[in-house]
Design a protein around this ligand. Structure first.
Ligand SMILES: [Zn+2]
Length: 231
């Protein structure tokens, strides 16, 4: 990390790894701006910006939004962040084309990504976490499986008629396994891209939130106040 400027991070992790929680903790701890590609998309679409309209045209045709539009949204936003603040990218880059575009855009500004934090959780654990989600058909109250019986409750406690509790199609074990496999295929080349540059830091995510947070701070070279003394 260079003096006077904030840290520039990429945060990577599969669905269910607790990436959102870690992003929030890092934002509070380091004061970096959290740049979520999903939020950026929603912003551009709802404000009808030029990039938003371009993206919508593809989405309306059921096509994937081309990389240059996504890259444009992220670079445009990163440009507005003060040098001293630093940022944490979430959901971007999704492929090596995006990673290369980010690298060259930052290079033109005399900047670079300092670290890529990869939160690792085994597939069977992710499937266990993600497929443990049930909702009431009437009021949408969320439920999970009982730790003793291994089954979700039969009826909703909030609904007077005892609403039916079910699992959405997206949350079944099979659907979750499929989502994870798509994620792995998409992410592996991006991880390799950053591994080759010596920027990738794998952080084991199957631990309590605070322990994962401490590990993330350690790989960023940020001394954990109280636990680590400055040398
Ligand atoms: Zn209900």
């Amino acid at each position: 990390m260079t003096g006077g400027s904030g840290v520039r991070l990429v945060l990577v992790g599969p669905p269910g790894a607790g990436k959102g929680t870690q992003a929030q903790l890092l934002k509070e701890r380091l004061g970096v701006e959290h740049v979520s590609s999903g939020d950026l998309f929603r912003h551009h679409l709802s404000n009808g910006t030029e990039l938003g309209e371009l993206a919508r045209a593809y989405m309306d045709r059921g096509e994937l939004v081309p990389d240059e539009i996504t890259i444009g949204m992220v670079i445009d936003h990163v440009d507005q962040i003060a040098d001293a603040a630093g940022f944490m990218l979430d959901g971007f880059p999704r492929n090596t084309t995006q990673a290369e575009a980010l690298e060259s855009a930052l290079q033109q500004r005399g900047q670079r990504i300092d670290r890529v934090v990869h939160i690792q959780v085994a597939d069977d654990e992710l499937i266990r976490r993600l497929s443990n989600r049930y909702v009431c058909r009437s009021c949408q109250r969320p439920y999970s499986r009982d730790s003793v019986t291994g089954a979700p409750p039969a009826r909703c406690v909030d609904c007077p008629d005892g609403g039916d509790i079910y699992q959405r199609d997206d949350d079944t074990e099979e659907a979750v396994a499929n989502r994870l496999s798509v994620y792995q295929q998409e992410t592996a080349p991006v991880l390799e891209f950053y591994r080759q540059r010596g920027l990738l830091a794998d952080v084991p995510g199957e631990r309590p939130i605070d322990a994962v947070h401490d590990s993330v701070l350690r790989v960023l070279g940020v001394a954990d106040a109280g636990a680590v003394s400055r040398s």
